[in-house]
Design a protein. Structure first.
Length: 72
């Protein structure tokens, strides 16, 4: 498959949406944390998923996952 657009690329968008749909499975694999909120931003040059994880003490932890498609 040839890509002509990279910011964002179609592949970045598809993979971002796929990973975002896996939140329940991801949450099962991180004991002691739950995903209390998330947002998917597909409009950036590199799509991002922002997650807020809440631990058993009630503390919030913010993570950002960025998807970068490097041209060959």
């Amino acid at each position: 498959m040839k890509f002509t657009t990279f910011n964002p690329s179609e592949l970045e968008i598809i993979v971002s949406e796929a990973v975002n749909s896996l939140k329940p499975s991801i949450e099962e694999k991180i004991p002691g944390f739950r995903i209390s909120s998330s947002s998917l931003d597909l409009n950036k040059d590199n799509p991002q998923i922002s997650l807020t994880l809440t631990d058993t003490d009630g503390d919030n932890h913010n993570l950002v996952i960025a998807f970068i498609h490097r041209p060959n």
